[in-house]
Write a protein of this length. Structure first.
Length: 483
């Protein structure tokens, strides 16, 4: 995929004013920034990392156009010298990240940016915009997919998404999280996602009778007929008219489904299933829609409602009860006299004090190849099978556990870009979705349950803990972290 040129103006103003300051004072060392998140959305037990390929494509094509430069000049804030510098800006750094579709947890780095300070600062807002939104939607979609008992979920959210950009990103991320298809045809073209759709109530209302509307649709699309049966009276006319049309379709060897979009879905699906079976249409499927979310789907599945397809729109593409993902981007290391020195943010809230240094995440597995816990280490730490390691709580010094590497340990963070260029061809979206489903399948069900999930353990190594405590002690004594 060729890089799409994206305006580097897609950033917060304070990023540009800070960067002008770095440029003016010739403060532009090599640095490492971490992107991580602080809490799971939806009170859940996991998140699904998404948006990485979109980020890589964007960084490869990031530019300030001549029009961008003139706009900045007109603000009266930036010098000609700085604007000349911006005109030649390109991202030339290295980017490390966990693969897309990986199940991830709070307080562990998902992305590391190795670059000059100016480059790392300029891409902050863009990086967080792409990764936070797509990870939120992929996570929501995964929860809905799991709630449906890994059934067929269709993303129908275009008309309720937050603008065109939001709709496209949401379709991509929802597919990664487990959606089987999208109603968004442009997303289907751009990302290779299967497209799917049924009919609207207006189709039924446009004909003289409901029966005629069903017949005309079936004539036109015999291999993709899903009849919307709740326009007038689901059990009074909708299902009987659908059965009449469905019998002919099935006799000719065509698939057939009905869709419920209002009312008591649990009650109606049972009645509709009984009517279909009594008519000999046992292979006919039932689709349900109408403001569905994972809690409603979980309830319907638990009640053994005979629903085969789930159409989910608003709650999937907007995040529903969660307006945003809690990803942040913090300076972790800075090169001084030829070597990287750790950096950390200190806060009165221990959860907001960051872990210093250039770090890796090691995932430990049990003998069923199910993830046990993640250990955040320095990049140069080697984790060996057969050894026992201390797992320290990220911000509660008194809590720790010991864990032996008995079966498998996997470093999660991998090189994705070198000197501003992708190191490999982009993966097909289907492969990213397979990675997501594999990760979800490997997790113990206690972490993926919809209500009151178990908390997955993310810990820091002895060396990371010792470095963090030493820096905090120095800060308490000297009022800064400069050693």
């Amino acid at each position: 995929m060729s890089a799409r040129h994206t305006s580097a103006l897609l950033t917060d103003l304070y990023e540009l004013t800070m960067v002008q300051g770095y440029h003016h004072y010739e403060l532009n060392p090599q640095v490492v920034f971490d992107m991580f998140f602080r809490r799971q959305p939806f009170q859940g037990g996991f998140s699904v990392f998404a948006g990485l390929q979109e980020l890589i494509d964007t960084l490869e094509g990031l530019r300030f156009s001549s029009q961008d430069i003139e706009y900045l000049r007109g603000l009266g804030t930036f010098t000609d010298r700085f604007l000349t510098f911006l005109a030649d800006f390109r991202f030339t750094g290295d980017l490390y990240a966990v693969p897309e579709g990986t199940v991830v947890f709070p307080q562990e780095p998902l992305v590391r940016v190795h670059s000059s300070l100016i480059e790392a600062q300029l891409i902050e807002s863009l990086l967080l915009n792409i990764l936070n939104f797509q990870t939120l939607i992929a996570t929501k979609a995964a929860r809905i997919y799991l709630a449906s008992n890994k059934g067929k979920v269709l993303e129908f959210g275009l008309r309720r998404a937050q603008g065109i950009d939001g709709a496209m990103s949401a379709s991509r991320a929802a597919f990664i999280g487990g959606a089987a298809a999208t109603s968004n045809t442009l997303a289907g073209k751009r990302y290779g996602i299967p497209v799917s759709g049924t009919m609207a109530h207006s189709w039924v209302m446009a004909f003289q009778t409901e029966r005629e509307a069903f017949e005309r649709f079936a004539e036109l699309y015999p291999d993709g007929t899903t009849l919307l049966i709740d326009t007038y009276d689901t059990l009074g006319s909708g299902i009987s008219n659908a059965i009449a049309v469905g019998r002919k379709l099935c006799a000719d060897g065509h698939p057939f489904a009905v869709r419920l979009d209002s009312g008591d879905i649990q009650y109606l699906s049972g009645k509709v299933r009984a009517e279909l079976d009594a008519a000999g249409l046992t292979q006919a499927r039932i689709a349900a829609s109408n403001e569905l979310n994972e809690e409603i789907i979980h309830q319907l599945v638990s009640a053994h409602s005979p629903i085969d397809l789930w159409g989910v729109g608003t709650h999937m593409v907007t995040g529903g009860s969660e307006s945003s993902f809690s990803g942040v981007y913090k300076l972790a290391a800075q090169q001084i006299d030829g070597r990287f020195e750790p950096r950390m943010k200190v806060s009165d809230n221990p959860e907001k004090s960051t872990n210093p240094g250039v770090k890796q995440v090691h995932r430990f597995y049990d003998n069923r190849m199910s993830p046990l816990a993640d250990l955040v280490t320095f990049e140069d730490e080697v984790i060996e099978l057969g050894k026992t390691y201390n797992f320290h709580h990220p911000y509660m010094d008194y809590r720790k556990r010991r864990l032996s590497t008995t079966t498998r340990v996997e470093p999660l963070i991998q090189l994705q870009m070198k000197e501003g260029k992708a190191v490999r061809d982009p993966l097909p979206l289907e492969e990213i979705q397979r990675n997501s489903k594999h990760n979800l399948d490997a997790l113990d069900p206690t972490f993926t349950r919809i209500i009151n999930p178990h908390i997955y353990k993310v810990s820091i190594s002895d060396r990371v803990k010792d470095s963090k405590q030493a820096m905090l002690k120095h800060f308490l004594i000297n009022g800064d972290l400069d050693s």
